[in-house]
Write a protein of this length. Structure first.
Length: 310
């Protein structure tokens, strides 16, 4: 199976149903396995101000493709759905037991399935005791409605503290990550080293815990690797290391006759520990990039060159 995940965030809103079905079909037919969504996708693109559209369109796809549910691993999330239109991020559902129970029931209904393979806590909710959150997740794992629990946008110490409760073991972490690295001490919502980015410590943690799978979202930085004028590199990456890394990345892509984005995907999936990139596949061209990148093998020397640039 391909070590990539299809990010379905914009399905059912910006990406229409016909286009969504075609992309899902092509992804699965090519050997794609993971589909990643969330109960809050995509509240910011819908006039209602609430999410659920991505899960709903996936549910219609499952219903019209008998047997396809057995061919994929389905991941969705709880924690970030606005309590009312415009209330995010200050007021969202959070991770209380009641919120998790209600959100899971609604997700299962929208998706038209009887279980979720990987259920994510979308972001940490420090207003709720970890014991309560862990117990709620553990209950659904024990019931067989949820296969695994994952933590997204969590500080590593919080993830380890939840695991240490002994109630349920998170076996996946989802954070931002890419080949370019942000400057140290960046403190914004997009690139926060404290709990929003896969750091060296997270990599070491995953390398030493074989049960933990790392997922990276925004791995291609919204197309910035392809020198698109409408997708500039975020100012958090404005430092000399970015210039050097981009130069090597572009040279290697030219030598291999591939795109820089394909090299980035290969770098992520073929490393130690391997990282599963979640790629927002919104066009056939993006799908081709994802598939070709997942199939690209970097030599040890090429990987060493990429790793040693700073």
């Amino acid at each position: 199976m391909l070590n990539i995940a299809l990010g379905a965030m914009e399905y059912g809103t910006r990406i229409g149903e016909q286009e969504t079905f075609a992309l899902l079909d092509a992804y699965v037919d090519a050997g794609g396995e993971w589909i990643d969504t969330a109960n809050c996708y995509a509240f910011w693109q819908d006039p209602s101000g609430h999410g659920g559209q991505s899960e709903e369109v996936l549910g219609r796809w499952f219903a019209r493709r008998p047997g396809v549910r057995d061919r994929v691993k389905l991941a969705t999330k709880v924690g970030c759905e606005p309590l009312w239109p415009g209330s995010y991020p200050s007021h969202s559902e959070g991770l209380s037991a009641a919120a998790i129970d209600a959100a899971l029931e609604a997700s299962l209904r929208r998706l038209g399935v009887d279980h979720i393979d990987l259920y994510w806590a979308h972001r940490d909710d420090r207003s709720v005791p970890l014991e309560e959150t862990a117990a709620a997740f553990g209950k659904h794992v024990a019931a067989g409605v949820v296969g695994r629990i994952g933590l997204s946008n969590y500080a590593l110490w919080r993830a380890e503290r939840l695991r240490g409760l002994g109630v349920v073991e998170p076996t996946a972490l989802q954070l931002r990550y890419s080949y370019l690295q942000p400057r140290p001490f960046v403190r914004d919502k997009a690139h926060d080293h404290r709990f929003g980015w896969i750091t060296d410590e997270v990599l070491d943690y995953a390398a030493g815990n074989s049960s933990v799978q790392l997922f990276a979202y925004s791995p291609l930085m919204s197309g910035a690797y392809e020198n698109r004028p409408d997708r500039p590199i975020h100012q958090a990456f404005d430092h000399p290391g970015t210039t050097r890394r981009l130069a090597l990345l572009n040279q290697l892509a030219t030598d291999l006759s591939v795109t820089p984005s394909e090299v980035v995907i290969a770098w992520l999936t073929g490393g130690t520990p391997a990282i599963t990139p979640i790629i927002g596949i919104t066009t056939p061209a993006y799908l081709a990039t994802a598939l070709q990148g997942a199939d690209l093998h970097l030599t040890d020397d090429q990987r060493k060159q990429l790793d040693e640039v700073w």
